[in-house]
Ligand binder design. Sequence first.
Ligand code: FMN
Length: 353
Amino acid sequence: MKNLFEEVRIGDVTLKNRLGMAPMTRSRALPDGTPGELAAEYYGQRASFGLIISEGTQPSDDGQGYLNTPGIYTPSHIEGWKKITSRVHNEGGRIFIQLMHAGRVSHPDNTPHHRQAVAPSAIAPGVEMFTAEGMKDIPTPRELGQNEIKEVIQEFRTAAAAAIEAGADGVEIHGANGYLIQQFISENSNHRTDLYGGSIENRARFAIEVTKAVIDEIGADKTGIRFSPQGTLNGIMEGESGNDAYRYLIGELNKLGLAYLHIMNFGNEPFLQEIRQLWTHPLLVNRPGRSLDNLSVDLDNGVADVVTVGVWALANPDFIERLKQNAHLNEVDQNTLYGGDEKGYTDYPFLNQ
Ligand SMILES: Cc1cc2nc3c(=O)[nH]c(=O)nc-3n(C[C@H](O)[C@H](O)[C@H](O)COP(=O)(O)O)c2cc1C
C-alpha cells in the first residue's frame, strides 16, 4: 500500500491521499431536493478521504430518479450544499458533486412534477424501482426531441455553475450505471436515427456536448466524468463491442483536459489497461467488490491515480485511519442504505468510540 497515503493533484486541487469516497445515493434529502440536515455531518465525518464524490444529484426535476435524492438547481439546494461543502472544507477534505440525470430510470411517483420520464428512446429499462408505495415497474419513458436535448445540456451547465456557487471543488458528470448519459451511449437503449443515435460518434455526442457545456461553465480542471463500460445496471447491454464506443469517447474527452476520468471496472483488465493508455489525465478506479488486499494494486501498477471505495466509506467514516492502523472495519447495514434518519448514516462508530 505504498502509494495510498501520498498526495495527488486532481484538476486544480491537491488531494491529501489517493483514496476517494465513491458516489453513493442515500435518499435522505428533503422533499424539495434540499440536502437533509444530517448531510453535512455525514460528509464531514468522511473528510479524511482525499476526495469525496457526492451522491448523485439531479440537475432538474426531470433528472430525478429515486426518492428523496438531492438536487442542485434551486437557491434552497445551493444553500443546503453550502453547509456540506463548508463542513468538508473545515475538516480538511475536498468534495465534487456528482451530477446525475436518471433519464428513463425514474418513476413519476418519485419526481416533484410526477411527469413521464425522458430518455433517448421510448424504451423501458425493464427493472423495478422503489417508490413511497413500494417496488413498482418503471414505465416506458418519452423520447427527447432534439431541442429538448439542448435544454438538458443547459440543465447540466447551470447545475455545474450552482455546484461551484455552493462551494464544491468540482463536479463529476455521471455517465455510468445506466442513467441518461449511458442510455445515449448504449445501443440497446438508444434507437434514435438523428444526430444522437446510430453510429458511435452519434451515440457519444450527448456525453461530449454535456461535458463541453460543463467545462465552458466551470472549467475543465473542475470537471470529472464517470463511466461503467460493460456495466449491466438498469437494463444496459453493451457487451465487448460496446467498448468501441468508450474507446472513441475517452479519446475525444482526453483532448478536453478534464480533472479526471472515473472508471467502474468489472474485471476487464486488458480494457482498463487500454483506457490507461488512452487517458493521459488522472484516472480514478473503482472495483465493485474489491478485496482489501487489492486496494492499492491499481496504484502500484500505475493504472490508477486514485482508488475509490463505496460501501467501506459508507460504513467507516474513519476508513483512512483504520487502514493506517490495520484496524477492523465496521460491517455495512444493508437495511439503512436508502432513506431514514441517522441510523446507518451518521452513527457508524469511529475507532475510538
Ligand atoms: C448505497 C449505494 C448508492 C450508490 N449510489 C451511486 C450514485 O449515486 N452514483 C454512482 O455513480 N454510483 C453509485 N453507487 C455505486 C458506487 O459508487 C460504487 O461504484 C459501488 O458501490 C462499488 O464500489 P464498492 O464495492 O467499493 O462499494 C452506489 C452504491 C451504493 C452501495
